[in-house]
Design a protein around this ligand. Sequence first.
Ligand code: CTP
Length: 212
Amino acid sequence: MRILITAGPTREPIDPVRYLTNRSSGKMGYALAGAALEAGHEVDLISGPVNLAAPEGVHFRSIETAQEMFDAVAETIPGADVAIFCAAVADYCVKEVAGEKIKKADGELTLTLVKNPDVLGSVRSVFGFEGFLVGFAAETENLEENAKGKLRRKSCDLLVANDVSRSDIGFDQDENEVLFFFADGREERLAKAGKREIAREIIARVEKALQD
Ligand code: CTP
């Protein structure tokens, strides 16, 4: 199968030297790319800026902003059987990016933020993707309720949720503890494990769902 994976954070510029970003390390997405390759699949990895080497053999595209992520996914998704959206895409970008470095002045500085495109949220409605769709949800509260909402709103087949309020798992950690929510109502909790192991479990669930 051909599997498209998004990974890492996005980086939204403020001026030529500053940007807005988040704590995503890309570890989960890169582990998924490795696990998908190991299982014999073709992998397109679209990644924000991270300190990781792309696994050998992937078709790799590096992007910075959410808009670039959107454009790269729009180009790549027509060839995909499965799409896994692991990236922590910034929900907002700065409305007017300054052409020169912003100098400090007295008083407050206000940045106006505008909404970025929702890449995963566009996959069915805008790109017309009909393959198997996996979304991620990183939550600090109401994990189950928020995850189920995202599963429905973004028309996913599988939503992988984790609690990022815990410091031992999730962002920038090597381990994770995730819950699976399937579109048919099934739920499953995986025990805490390395991201590599969790990645193998996710790829196995996708393969099984497509066999059934
Ligand atoms: N996602 C995306 N594009 C965005 C925002 C999110 O593709 N602009 C994807 C993520 O890759 C992830 C899923 O949507 O698979 C959920 O991301 P999250 O940030 O938790 O969802 P939001 O829609 O931003 O929801 P909220 O702000 O309500 O938590």
